[in-house]
Design a binder for this molecule. Sequence first.
Ligand code: G3P
Ligand code: MG
Length: 279
Amino acid sequence: MTQSSPPPSSGDTPRYIAHRGLSARAPENTLSAVQAAHDAGCEWVELDVQLLGDGTPVIWHDAGLKRCSNGRGKLFKLNAESAAKLDAGSWFGAQYRGEPIATLEAMLTLIQRLGMGLNLELKVCRGRNAIELVKAALPPTLAVLPADKLIVSSFDRHALTAARALETDPDRLRLGVLDDKAPKRWWQETERLSAYSLHLDWRKLKIKRAQEIADEEIKLFCYTANDPVTFEKLWDWGVDGVISDDPTRFVTHAEETAARRGSEEKSLDPAAVMNHRQR
Ligand code: G3P
Ligand code: MG
């Protein structure tokens, strides 16, 4: 049956994940972006984690500071003290002036308080050490979030391997293999890592590969999609969830589709047709 709208959420599998927090409406990867996601009704966020030069894990996407703060140079040149002096909000809007670069610790406290789910992306920038990142970021995350509220993903295979070595139980730590598109033998990596999910670029996904994945146990998430209409066909292909800068667009679209379908079905209901004729 053609669905053209997302199936209902199933158990612990998130259907909608706010990319870098609600990054369409607040500065990405900040505490405000996560609070905004929660306030908009999102239950899950995707966030990037990296290390400062002193080993402090922080929520940050780029190798550099320029795009999303008033700092310059590389993130790894900062320590906790110098990072705390930066403004990671003004670039997005004056009302976010003074927004700090979030430490992983502060972010986990917020996510736990809000009862949200987290897709933590281990972001290994060029020249950075994947193993150190895993050792610093994973234990505090596992200490705070239960298994059903956490998916840890990465493009970096060393990071994923180290994460699996640190927590060998796939039910305690759900790992997501990130790629732009799935290689032909995509299952080799997911099996090796006892992974939970594949996270692929939705623009590069082909129906054949999506259906192959849907036929297996592995979950399929797609990033970063912001147009629910263009994305519609991917639900039919068996995609489990979407990572979006604004998941509320997808929720609204799904509700509108369901309401439209409901009224169409009502108008085709034989009893309703009879009632109409008899009037
Ligand atoms: O985790 C999905 C997505 O965040 C991967 O790309 O560059 O936005 O971290 P990027
Ligand atoms: Mg990311």
